[in-house]
Design a protein around this ligand. Structure first.
Ligand code: SF4
Ligand code: SF4
Length: 129
């Protein structure tokens, strides 16, 4: 599951991520980070089941960080999609695949938020959320 972490100026100077990893023992992967002394936002991937995820969310919240779960990184508009496959091979982690009936399938767990598929689609069927 991916999480969006929202920092205020109070948390930006503290090792919130390191503390959460040490407390929970969960290896958290940073996908994006924008930090200034005033505030910040980080997108992290937390590779655990729901029970452990609650533990991680609670540890972040204890550190004062606001947490939002990211259910989906992209959406595919299947009314626009013409199953051309142009988004499949550019995806560096095979998060988009084409089924035998040519329909496109998306796996949120694999996605690393690179946006390559958004630019690859010739009809603008993929939106980045
Ligand atoms: S954003 Fe990147 S990783 Fe995610 S599905 Fe698109 S190409 Fe693949
Ligand atoms: S590139 Fe766009 S139109 Fe082509 S399969 Fe992917 S989503 Fe569909």
């Amino acid at each position: 599951m991916k999480l969006r972490l929202l920092y205020t100026h109070k948390e930006t100077s503290r090792p919130v991520l390191a503390t959460t990893i040490m407390k929970t023992g969960v290896p958290i992967n940073i996908l994006e980070a924008q930090m200034t002394p005033e505030s910040g936002q980080m997108i992290v991937d937390v590779p655990v089941d729901n029970r452990r995820l609650k533990e991680v969310v609670s540890a972040f919240e204890t550190e004062g960080v606001r947490v939002q779960e990211i259910v989906s990184t992209i959406t595919i508009d299947f009314d626009k999609c013409m199953s051309c496959g142009a988004c499949v091979s550019p995806c560096p982690v095979s998060a988009i695949t084409q089924k035998t009936d040519w329909d496109i399938e998306y796996d949120e767990k694999k996605c690393i938020r690179c946006k390559v598929c958004v630019d690859a689609c010739p009809v603008g069927a993929i939106a980045f959320l």
